[in-house]
Each structure stands twice: as structure tokens, then as C-alpha cells.
Design a protein around this ligand. Structure first.
Ligand SMILES: *Cc1c(COP(=O)(O)O)cnc(C)c1O
Length: 376
């Protein structure tokens, strides 16, 4: 049996042709009209104005620039500890302080009651993470933010293409950050985007991705360059390249017809097969309007590592999303204790999910899990 991968990029001839077109026909590899076209197509997909989106070279860069656009040094951001390291590093890169919060065990989204206890006079923002593509109770997050005068930066890295109460993630809210890294719902090779209808924040993000050069984006989209300019803020080299955008444009087309339906089909199969298993918890049994990026489960009864090694022996790759950030030395090294998060961390196991798999692959994984969990 070949190794079954946890996740992988699904790219092929069409992406290769798009890259060749940029190289052979345009020859301009930096940020230019291909990025502009990708931004317009993303905006059309999300149902927003093209002026409300800025593509960058990673999801981490998107989070960093969103944080930098809103926050001052020392400002605190409420964020669930159970998230990818990027969420935390992006906040601290903006000289702000990530304040680790608990998650709700049923969804692994931020626990607002716990977050409420961590408010201080320096709290400026909250960063909900759409764990495994599920946005949780976003209305409650926005209510909480309104009550406490906070900005909301959504880490929607898992949630491109998902909807909440009939509206696409990214089409409403405050600042929303997507990732297009190699294994996300769509990829541009590496990449990300910030979406917001706050013109000041977006202008700041657009300038910051190009070393802080004011209005450089417009110049580049007109195939010009800025020679005389001013810089008022710290900037970064975070712009997206035409090559990456060309890949992203093809992937965006494939999401609706191929990737979305495939991911949903596989995740539904996992739910049919494992949803009733007393040794497991699948977070939310109804998939809802979500295109799942990963398929985590909680393995109950202290049997996670046992199940993980059985699957490994059968050449089935698994993962653990995520090591809680408050346990990392740089973010406190466990100085604060988050009992719910720490317990869930011991139970988490992520099963293979990507559009290159078929139902029979999922069935094989589920057969092994069922057999293992039946053994006392
Ligand atoms: C992937 C991911 C990011 C960062 O995206 P990159 O494009 O890899 O930099 C941020 N947050 C979460 C939850 C992610 O899964």
C-alpha cells in the first residue's frame, strides 16, 4: 500500500499552463495585472467590491498586516490558543500581545465566556479562528466585540468558500484573512488575502505589502513604477507575485466544480462511518455549509496515540491540529493554564482529507479505526 497522505496540493496541467502563460507571454513575474485579475475574481466569488481585497504572499502575512493596520504596540488580542502558530506570530509581529483563550470543546472555536474574563484596558481586538472551516457562532463574536469596543480579525485560513447563515465568509464582518498555501481549500502555491470594507485599514494593508510605498498598488496595476513617493509606516515585502496569482485563478475555478464537492463528499463519509462511534467525537455531526479543510476527530478514553500508531503502521498519515500556543516558550511556556484546551489537545487526531482521495480511501481509514476502537 502506498502512503496515504494527510493532505496535499492538487495541481496539474491547467495550473502549469497558467504559470507558463505568465512566464512566456507576459514575462512580468512580480505583482502586476495577474494579481489584479485574481483579486477581481476573488471579489466576484465573495460578492464584494474588488477594492475591498488585497492579496499577499501568505496567510500569515495577511494576518500580520491586518493586525498591524489596527493595533499599536502593547495592544492585546484575544485569540484561541488552539490554532496554527501563524495566528500568534502574526499578532506578536505587529508588536501586539496574543492573549490565549479557551475553545468550546464541541467546535474548537473561541470560548467567549472565557475570553470575557481576559479583557483588560489594553484589549483591542479578538481573533476567532474558523477551526476545520467551521465559523462557530460568529454573530456572538461580533456582539461580544461591539459590547467591548473591539476589532475583529477573522483567521479564516481554513474557511475559504464556506458560508455562515447564508453569507460567504469574507462577505461581511470586520477584517477577514484567508490563506492560499499549498494544502488549503484553494492554493496559489503560497498566498493569502485580507478582506475588509474599512478603507483606511485596506489602504494601510495595500501599502504595507509593498514596503509601505504609498499607493504603489495602483502604479503596478497600470504597469508603472513609483519613483517619487513617501512612506509613513513600517512596510514589508509581502505582495503576491503574478506567478502565484495565475495558479490561484485556476484553483478558484476548480473550487466550485471539483474541490468543494469532493471535500464535502469525503467529510460526509467520515461522518456516516464514525459519527456514532462511542470512542470518538467529530465536533459537529452536521457538516452544514462548510467546505472542510481538515478532518480532525477527538479520540476519547486516552486512546489517541494508540490509534495514531495503528494508522501509521497501515501507512495512513495523521496529524494533530494543533499544539496549543500557550504551551510554547515564546508565548508563555504554559504559565497560564487552559485545562479544556490542554485536554482536547491530548485527544486530537486529524485524518486524511484532500481532493485526491476517494470514498474507498476514507472507508479503509474508517475500517481500521472501527476495528481498533472495538478492541478493549
Ligand atoms: C494555514 C494557516 C494560516 C497561515 O497561512 P499560511 O498561508 O500558511 O501562512 C493561519 N492560520 C491558520 C489556522 C492556518 O491553518
Amino acid at each position: 500500500m502506498a502512503l496515504m497522505r494527510l493532505s496535499r496540493s492538487i495541481v496539474g496541467t491547467r495550473e502549469a499552463e497558467a504559470v507558463s502563460r505568465v512566464i512566456l507571454e507576459d514575462g512580468y513575474l512580480g505583482m502586476g495585472t495577474e494579481v489584479q485579475a485574481f483579486e477581481s475574481e476573488l471579489a466576484a466569488f465573495l460578492g464584494i467590491e474588488p477594492s475591498n481585497i488585497a492579496c499577499v504572499n501568505s496567510g500569515t502575512a495577511a494576518l500580520h498586516l491586518a493586525a498591524q493596520a489596527l493595533l499599536k504596540p502593547g495592544d492585546e488580542v484575544l485569540v484561541q490558543s488552539l490554532t496554527f502558530l501563524s495566528s500568534f506570530q502574526a499578532i506578536s509581529a505587529a508588536s501586539a500581545v496574543p492573549v490565549p483563550c479557551e475553545v468550546l470543546p464541541e467546535t474548537c472555536t473561541i470560548d467567549l465566556e472565557d475570553a470575557g474574563k481576559r479583557l483588560t484596558s489594553r484589549t483591542r481586538a479578538i481573533m476567532p479562528v474558523h477551526y476545520a472551516s467551521y465559523p462557530g457562532d460568529l454573530d456572538a463574536v461580533h456582539d461580544f466585540a461591539r459590547r467591548h469596543d473591539l476589532r475583529v480579525i477573522e483567521d479564516a485560513a481554513h474557511a475559504f468558500g464556506c458560508t455562515y447563515k447564508g453569507r460567504k465568509i469574507g462577505s461581511f464582518g470586520d477584517l477577514i484573512c484567508f490563506s492560499f498555501d499549498g494544502i488549503k481549500n484553494i492554493t496559489s502555491g503560497e498566498g493569502g488575502a485580507v478582506v475588509t470594507s474599512d478603507p483606511a485599514a485596506l489602504a494601510r494593508v495595500k501599502d504595507s505589502r509593498l514596503l509601505g510605498v504609498e499607493k504603489d498598488t495602483e502604479k503596478r496595476y497600470a504597469r508603472e513604477r513609483s519613483w517619487e513617493f513617501d512612506v509613513k509606516h513600517q512596510g514589508y515585502r509581502y505582495h503576491m507575485s503574478n506567478i502565484f496569482a495565475a495558479v490561484g485563478r485556476v484553483q478558484l475555478m476548480r473550487l466550485r466544480t471539483e474541490f468543494g464537492p469532493k471535500r464535502i463528499e469525503l467529510a460526509k463519509r467520515y461522518r456516516e462511518r464514525l459519527g456514532q462511534n462511542p470512542g470518538l467525537s467529530l465536533f459537529w455531526s452536521d457538516l452544514g455549509p462548510v467546505i472542510p479543510h481538515i478532518q480532525p476527530v477527538r479520540v476519547l478514553g486516552g486512546r489517541r496515540d494508540e490509534l495514531r500508531s495503528v494508522l501509521e503502521r497501515e501507512k495512513i498519515q495523521t496529524g494533530i491540529h494543533y499544539k496549543p500556543n500557550h504551551l510554547l516558550s515564546y508565548f508563555g511556556g504554559g504559565k497560564v493554564s487552559l485545562p479544556v484546551t490542554e485536554r482536547i489537545y491530548q485527544e486530537l487526531l486529524t485524518l486524511p482529507l484532500h481532493p485526491g482521495l476517494g470514498s474507498s480511501d476514507v472507508d479503509r481509514v474508517c475500517d481500521i479505526i472501527e476495528q481498533t476502537m472495538k478492541r478493549a
